[in-house]
Design a protein around this ligand. Structure first.
Ligand SMILES: C[S@@+](CC[C@H](N)C(=O)[O-])C[C@H]1O[C@@H](n2cnc3c(N)ncnc32)[C@H](O)[C@@H]1O
Length: 442
């Protein structure tokens, strides 16, 4: 899973944007900066991976188009809206209080719909499955017993059902079909004559679909063809896929209680300062529906490191072993003289993982309500990119000369990124192997 929260301007007005970051970002900047990153991000995603992108109301339409181009409109899942604040007076004419999260799959065809069910509901279903599991590879649970009291409209619904040992069963009552065979019916005479839920035609059709489960019981309410108590019980099967289909996530409810004020408190409690962080709960909830316990989560606009925080918090909650990769431009601001990456991102993660600051002091306020998450953190300073010198103002993709590799010049950056990604992987493996062979595995 990838979660990003790109640096759109504070006032978010295209070329008039002002930003609270040092490198003022216009909409043109934003879109052209995002394009190669998204193309690369798509390559990095697992085939059934998902990307979420937070964006404000002014920019979402433009950014959505860019996403459609890179991911394909068919892989668009939803624009989820989030309430960012309940109060406040900012805004002319109206006071906006929402932002948005674009959700895209890398490739919808690889994503199981069944997986996209609320975790809590899945747990509930698993519990039912354990309670009622009746065999056949956990594919179904025991549904209701399919019989009803007699109603006028159910004159077609008193008939024999054949059991696995070829005996017949019928709901309690006094009248019986003359012919003793599966599906032979009789018209009920009074309310004492109970009926099956389905018409005889529907029953025969559902029987073909293997919809019934028979079990032996001494509490069977049914009578056999001789009017005696049967040893057979019957219930309708409910297949797991049908249940999950009804439980598709309703994401808007998932991201309730994820307001910005909460995020600011979370960062403040660690004695750090960052403008406009996202709340841990937001990313945690997105992860709940779209990650597995061993997923890798990437955020390449890490800011204060909320995504890493959310990964650690969710791992603790559900015993997962998710890993995260965060990238953060080391922008220097008034409050971060060593750069955001050093002064906020790394510090936050260090504090929540160990309960200690780099200088040995403790984030007491946070520790009052939390326990350190543990885990291991590696922090890298990216000095030069890959094995070649970059030229100022150019991306690594622009610098690589494909003609040196016997390729025609690519006409789009997308093609070039795809080519670099598939070949980089091979080159990297080869270098690692040869280094190890030479005893230089470090
Ligand atoms: C909106 S913030 C992300 C906040 C983060 N989600 C959090 O909860 O703390 C966007 C981040 O993008 C970074 N950024 C700004 N310009 C950038 C650029 N040109 N390339 C990469 N990152 C940039 C900023 O430093 C900032 O940390």
């Amino acid at each position: 899973m990838i979660y990003i929260d790109p640096p759109y301007g504070k006032d978010s007005m295209g070329e008039f944007a002002k930003t609270h970051y040092n490198n003022a970002i216009t909409r043109d900047n934003l879109l052209s900066m995002l394009y190669p990153r998204l193309t690369l991000a798509r390559e990095l995603l697992a085939e059934d991976g998902v990307l979420f992108c937070s964006i404000d109301d002014r920019n979402q339409a433009y950014v959505k188009c860019l996403f459609d181009e890179v991911f394909g409109e068919e892989n668009f899942v939803a624009t989820i809206s989030r309430v960012t604040k309940k109060g406040g007076n900012k805004g002319d004419y109206i006071k906006p209080k929402n932002d948005f999260i674009l959700m895209y799959f890398k490739n919808k065809e690889f994503v199981s719909k069944e997986y996209y069910a609320l975790e809590e509901k899945c747990e509930k279903i698993d519990k039912w499955l354990e309670e009622f599991f009746l065999g056949e590879n956990r594919r179904f649970i025991k549904g209701e017993i399919p019989y009803r009291s007699k109603l006028e409209s159910r004159t077609n619904q008193r008939y024999y059902i054949e059991c696995p040992d070829k005996s017949l069963i019928i709901p309690p009552g006094n009248v019986f079909p003359e012919i003793k065979q599966d599906g032979a019916k009789v018209t009920p005479l009074s309310n004492d004559d109970k009926c099956w839920t389905w018409s005889v035609e529907r029953y025969l059709q559902e029987k073909e679909n293997n919809r019934f489960y028979f079990y032996e019981t001494d509490k069977s309410p049914f009578l056999n063809q001789n009017g005696e108590k049967s040893k057979w019980g019957i219930c309708k099967k409910i297949f797991q896929s049908e249940i999950l289909d009804q439980q598709k996530i309703f994401l808007t409810t998932l991201i309730d209680n994820c307001e910005n004020s909460q995020a600011t408190r979370e960062v403040d409690s660690l004695y750090l300062s960052f403008s406009y962080p996202k709340p841990v709960n937001l990313i945690k909830n997105l992860m709940k529906v779209s990650s597995q316990k061993d997923s890798i989560i990437l955020d390449f606009f890490a800011g204060s490191g909320t995504t890493g925080h959310a990964v650690l918090a969710l791992n603790k909650e559900d015993g997962g072993n998710r890993k995260f990769i965060l990238c953060q431009l080391n922008e220097k601001t008034d409050t971060t003289p060593n750069g955001i990456a050093y002064d906020v991102t790394a510090k936050r993660l260090k504090r929540i993982m160990t309960g200690e600051c780099y200088d040995g002091t403790k984030p007491e306020k946070w520790l009052e309500e939390n326990e350190p998450y543990g885990g291991s953190l590696e922090v890298y300073d990216i000095d030069s990119v890959a094995n070649f010198e970059t030229t100022a103002g150019q991306t690594p993709f622009e610098v690589i000369d494909e003609t040196l590799y016997g390729k025609e010049k690519f006409s789009t950056v997308k093609e070039k990124i795809e080519w670099v990604c598939s070949n980089f992987e091979k080159t990297q493996k080869y270098l690692e192997e040869s280094d190890l062979n030479k005893g230089r595995g470090d």
